[in-house]
Design a protein around this ligand. Structure first.
Ligand SMILES: NC(=O)c1ccc[n+]([C@@H]2O[C@H](COP(=O)([O-])OP(=O)(O)OC[C@H]3O[C@@H](n4cnc5c(N)ncnc54)[C@H](OP(=O)(O)O)[C@@H]3O)[C@@H](O)[C@H]2O)c1
Length: 440
């Protein structure tokens, strides 16, 4: 048997402690599968005194994670502290500069500095592995980097934030308002005290930027992504989606178009019979459309200590076996510059919910403004009256009438122009709700 692989681990929180436990629990199987034992030999965190969910008492303590990263007594450095800045960034750089392979679960660091860190790893002929950074326990990075290497990818999309999927599922199933479901998610520990990063789509965007790079060979760039969150979704939208044969999910979508790679995060109507629509609760899922395999959907836990540790240990196993691939699937110098998705040119079907004033000519006016933009309608549903919408009452005193329109494929630009024209006509109350439809 070869010498054990000596692991230095910085961060002993939810994921770090689980990694220590999982390596201990799978000690023999890992040694057999990787051809050498894997041993955590040194650890670092902020507080030495804090009780841990793993037996770390006998492990060497290194107070400074950057010093641990370059420590001569470790072969590989595992960064599980989080954050796009220091000490995570300096520690990862220190390990790579010292010629050690690095494993990280840190999507924020990779989204911001992934290309530079990948270039450094390549120069040093070491690995930079990050399976746990996207969709937790789902092995999507390896699937893209290795499993689908013989395919040309057309599109990758997924539910990459369990908090948002939990909220949308609960809103749909229990017909509750967004704010109530968010509170429940916070009570259960699924949502942070400040949930903005999750519910406004930024967490999904960071993960999508990594997936898009792996799928399409672009430079990781979260600023190239159009981002919209779920806070404007109402039970009325979920009800209407249900009646029309859809569910609403927060998706991260990267798709190859003739104008480049479109990358976007927004609430999306997906057909109820699609694989992604079946994914309920705090679960993640990723669908890949590729020419040889057609569609593959991977579903599983996107977070949680042990599930995420599973991905980290898989990366450690690769290093123990001597497997090394360029971090983003191809040399970083070959990665193409991402351009910001021109959402105005996005093409697809649209769900539009309007609150129309009940006066003669209203529908004709709406239809005319849509028609001027060459928008054809697949369906029009006039809902029962009631419930005054945001935006106040009709000055003419008539009851508002909720109207739902589903368009055939059109462009974002056409939809926005048509709705601006409808608003100018004063035949609707409040702002229109617009949700893009993603076909399977
Ligand atoms: N939790 C998940 O389900 C999950 C899923 C996928 C990816 N991830 C990623 O995994 C990473 C770790 O997440 P986590 O949930 O395990 O976080 P966590 O529970 O907050 O743990 C963070 C750990 O890092 C240590 N740490 C933080 N700042 C430090 C500093 N300045 N110097 C030294 N140590 C420091 C903390 O030390 P103390 O304990 O002493 O404070 C703690 O042990 C993050 O990048 C996260 O995005 C997490």
């Amino acid at each position: 048997m070869n010498a054990p692989l000596r692991v230095g681990l910085a961060g002993l929180g939810t994921v770090g402690a689980s990694v220590v436990r999982l390596i201990e629990r799978q000690r023999e199987a890992l040694a057999a599968r990787c051809g050498r034992a894997i041993e955590v030999v040194a650890v670092s965190a902020r507080s030495r005194a804090k009780p841990r969910d793993a037996d770390v008492g006998k492990l060497r303590w290194v107070a400074d994670p950057v010093a641990l990263a370059a420590d001569g007594g470790i072969d590989v450095f595992v960064e599980l502290m989080g954050g796009e800045g220091d000490p995570a960034k300096s520690a990862v750089e220190a390990a790579l500069n010292a010629g050690k392979s690095v494993i990280t679960a840190n999507k924020a660091l990779l989204a911001r500095h992934g290309v530079a860190l990948a270039a450094l790893a390549e120069r040093q002929h070491v690995a930079l592995n990050f399976e746990a950074a996207v969709a937790g326990g789902i092995p999507i990075v390896k699937t893209l980097r290795e499993g689908l290497v013989g395919n040309k990818l057309a599109r990758i999309y997924g539910i990459l934030n369990g908090t948002c999927n939990y909220i949308l599922t609960k809103m749909e199933q229990e017909k509750l308002a967004f704010a109530d479901c968010l509170k429940e998610a916070q009570r259960l520990g699924y949502a942070e005290a400040d949930p903005t990063f999750d519910i406004e789509g930024h967490d999904t965007a960071q993960k999508l930027s990594i997936l898009a790079s792996l799928a399409f060979g672009t430079r990781v760039d979260p600023d190239a992504i159009y981002v919209e969150g779920i806070s404007s979704i109402t039970p009325a939208d979920l009800d209407a989606a249900d009646e029309l044969g859809y569910r609403i999910k927060l998706l991260g979508v990267a798709v190859a178009t003739d104008k480049g790679i479109e990358q976007r995060v927004h609430p999306t109507m997906v057909p109820k019979d699609s694989a992604i629509a079946q994914v309920m609760g705090v679960v993640n899922a990723v669908t890949v459309d590729a020419d040889a395999v057609h569609a593959i959907t991977l579903v599983g836990p996107g977070a949680g200590g042990m599930a995420t540790a599973s991905a980290v240990v898989s990366d450690i196993g690769d290093i123990a076996r001597g497997v090394r691939t360029p971090p983003f699937g191809q040399p970083s110098a070959r990665l193409a510059v991402s351009e910001k998705a021109p959402m105005q040119r996005h093409e697809g079907g649209y769900y539009i919910r309007l609150t129309a004033v009940d006066r003669p000519g209203t529908f004709a006016t709406i239809a005319a403004r849509l028609s001027e933009q060459q928008i054809s309608l697949e369906s029009i549903v006039q809902r029962h009256r009631g419930g005054r919408p945001q935006g106040g009452a009709d000055p003419g005193g008539a009851e508002p009438v909720p109207v739902i329109l589903i368009t055939y494929a059109t462009t974002e630009d056409a939809v926005r122009k048509a709705l601006a024209a409808v608003e100018r006509e004063r035949v609707i109350l409040g702002a229109p709700q617009v949700i893009r439809i993603e076909k399977n």
